[in-house]
Design a protein around this ligand. Structure first.
Ligand code: FAD
Length: 406
């Protein structure tokens, strides 16, 4: 039997999971990543519910648990900077007994990359430039590399997917902005003491800083409402700086000192908070997975988990079917309801991270300050029951995935 080949665009989360599984089944897999090296930035993300079963089946659960993120106690600050209460997120959002794991996005990406690296050809610093589908395959040209032909091409290249643009059309048709920008980066050493954390919010903007003991630096997460999401050039540091300075101009806390560190940042994540909604995730021999197809936004807390589960289902169907089209159709049938349920989590009004009005902010602060009491009473899980219900709403198919092990 001839070896089947796949090109995957994007080496973050969905891409390496798919690469791992297809290569374990004997496929010839190449991954092209636009960044010059593996991107290791990002805040903690969650592997929860059905995605836990996937990483268990991949044999990676123990490694991921070993790199589990340890939250520090976080001081919840009022708009004038006064401490309201101290939050111990701990396992608030997850259920470790079910195997849920929270770890930084970078740590997760590293584990996935290393697990698949010796049987997958990773190419950094390049991008797909054109796709031409024929009966025999997809002819691909690259910005830098030589042209090649693959049986299938999969876009795992995030909200601004190049594969999606080439195969499905302009981004504006699929990306729905939720009215916010978010920025995440590592702060210079010494700026915040190890073991400290802060959550400082006004209506329409939030700054979170955490410096876990044992990590070299603190990490900042800023999110703010913006009147015209999608209009800021993400690659222009001056525009990003102006946007953040404008949004946080009247803060009374240390937000402006934090923003001043941005020009020296190595791996900044700055983007709109957006969802991707599409009627179809495939076109001929080309399909999308993860944020490229169905980004739910960080407000759902489920982006990483649905990317992992989606890559698993897609791999299983590609391996099981001889032709890509029926495989892609089965992938959509299995996944769509689960994906939409998780995307809808982000549309609830009561976000913990950001409140859009003063009334919402007040309610959010009261709720957060009640959390330690709920934890003591063993009732904290009630706060997240809707997330758990969505996170577990996928029965993973077993068919034809080989005994995959890292
Ligand atoms: C640096 C970074 C930090 C993040 N931080 C957070 C966070 O703190 N919290 C959170 O909830 N989510 C974060 N995310 C998003 C989160 O990783 C995703 O929502 C989720 O895990 C789904 O992953 P994905 O693999 O589908 O897409 P993504 O994680 O968005 O990965 C897409 C990958 O494709 C690459 N890429 C883009 N265009 C091209 C191209 N033309 N050719 C080749 N490669 C391309 C990108 O560099 C990236 O590596 C971050 C993403 C990145 C890239």
């Amino acid at each position: 039997m001839t070896t089947r080949s796949a090109l995957i665009s994007g080496a973050s989360i969905a891409g390496p999971v798919l690469a791992f599984l297809l290569s374990a089944a004997g496929w010839d897999v190449s991954v092209v990543e636009r960044a010059e090296r593996l991107r290791t930035g990002g805040y903690p993300v969650d592997i929860r519910g059905s995605a836990v079963d996937v990483v268990r089946r991949m044999g990676l659960h123990d490694q991921l648990v070993a790199r589990r993120y340890r939250h520090v106690p976080v001081q919840l600050l009022a708009p004038r900077g006064r401490r309201l209460c101290t939050l111990d997120y701990g396992d608030l959002l997850n259920d470790p007994a079910s195997g849920d794991v929270e770890l930084t996005r970078g740590a997760l990406s590293e584990v996935l990359y290393q697990a698949s690296g010796d049987r997958v050809a990773y190419v950094f610093g390049d991008s797909v430039a054109s796709l031409t589908q024929t009966a025999a395959g997809v002819d691909v040209t690259f910005d830098r590399g030589r042209p090649r032909t693959f049986d299938v091409v999969i876009g795992a290249d995030g909200i601004h997917s190049t594969v999606r643009r080439l195969a499905f059309g302009e981004e504006s048709r699929f990306v729905r902005h939720l009215g916010l920008y978010a920025a995440i980066w590592d702060l210079p050493a010494g700026m915040f003491a190890p073991g400290t954390g802060f959550l400082y919010s006004h209506a329409g903007r939030t700054a979170i800083v955490e410096h876990p003991a044992g990590e070299p630096t603190a990490r900042a997460f800023l999110a703010a409402v913006h009147p015209a999401p999608g209009t800021v050039n993400r690659y222009d540091t001056d525009e990003v700086l102006d946007t953040l300075r404008g949004a946080f101009a009247e803060d009374r806390w240390r937000t402006n000192d934090i923003i001043d560190t941005l020009p020296r940042v190595d791996d900044l994540y700055f983007d709109t908070v957006s969802q991707v909604r599409m009627d179809r995730w495939s076109s001929g021999r080309v399909a999308l997975v993860g944020d490229a197809a169905y980004a739910p936004s960080f407000l759902s807390g489920q982006g990483t988990s649905i990317a992992i589960a989606g890559a698993y289902v897609l791999a299983g169907e590609l391996i099981r079917h001889d032709r890509p089209e029926p495989a892609f159709a089965a992938y959509e049938r299995t996944l769509r309801a689960y994906v939409e349920k998780n995307q809808n989590l982000a549309l609830r009004t009561g976000s913990t991270v950001i409140s859009r009005t003063s009334g919402q902010l007040l309610r959010r602060n009261i709720k957060l300050c009640l959390v330690p009491w709920l934890q003591r009473l063993g009732l904290a899980h009630l706060l997240q029951s809707h997330v758990r219900s969505a996170a577990t709403d996928l029965s993973l198919p077993d068919h034809d995935l080989p005994a995959v092990r890292a």
